[in-house]
Design a protein around this ligand. Structure first.
Ligand code: CA
Length: 229
């Protein structure tokens, strides 16, 4: 059963939210003080948080900001603040959704379910069935063909991905451009080997902090490239 924390100081609204969620079989905890709410959110296990903005103790923006430094649990802001600037601020601080009061409780329940499902898919994406390579902050999911550097996903073209995976799977081995070209482009080495150089450059721009001092793909002058571990 999913556990939801509601931080809301207006009792009638908090109870309305709770009643609808309990009807959908969620376990619900209420907290009316902002700083106590944050403390509970950080120290207890919840699957989702519903957050008001104007609260005693600490406002919802501050709760959102501090909570996001520690946890990725979904947050839905439900507030009387209707201005775009508040929505932009809330979403910018890491809230996943924003609803304005008065709201439809059934829609709230639907959104809660959607965010819980999305979050489960997200944390399940690195499941053991997927073949994953992880090296110093670089994560490559071979099954899903996705790449993250320090948690941030980067988009790779097919050949960039194939080249990165080939090098990462054969670390500390120096390959010439000709060898890489024939392995990845699947042809006799008659193509333009400058293609390899261009692809290495693009991969570095995505995964290296400083492309002049690569941490992952090293240039061996006059020979080729090597993936460092
Ligand atoms: Ca309030």
């Amino acid at each position: 059963m999913s556990r939801i924390l509601i931080i809301e100081d207006e009792t009638s609204i908090a109870e309305l939210e709770r009643d609808y969620l309990e009807l959908s079989d969620f376990e619900v905890e209420l907290e009316e003080d902002g700083s106590k709410g944050l403390e509970r959110a950080l120290n207890e296990e919840f699957d989702l948080m519903i957050l008001d903005l104007m609260l005693p103790g600490m406002d919802g923006f501050e709760i959102c900001r501090k909570f996001r430094e520690e946890k990725n649990t979904p947050i839905i802001i439900i507030s009387a603040k209707k201005e775009d600037i508040d929505k932009i601020r809330g979403l910018g601080l890491g809230a996943d959704d924003y609803m304005t009061k008065p709201f439809s409780p059934s829609e709230m329940v639907a959104r809660v379910k959607a965010h819980l499902a999305r979050y489960e898919r997200l944390i399940g994406s690195g499941s053991p069935e997927n073949e994953v390579i992880e090296i110093r902050g670089l994560k490559i999911d071979k099954t899903a063909r996705r790449v993250w550097i320090h948690g941030e996903e980067k988009n790779f073209t097919t050949k960039e991905f194939d080249l990165l995976v080939f090098l990462a799977q054969n670390p500390n081995h120096v390959y010439t451009k000709e060898e890489l070209f024939s392995k990845i482009w699947d042809m006799e080495s008659i193509g333009d080997i400058a293609t390899v150089t261009v692809h290495i450059k693009k991969i570095r721009e995505k995964i290296e902090f400083n492309t002049a001092k690569p941490q992952y793909i090293e240039t061996i002058w006059g020979v080729g490239y090597r993936f460092k571990v």
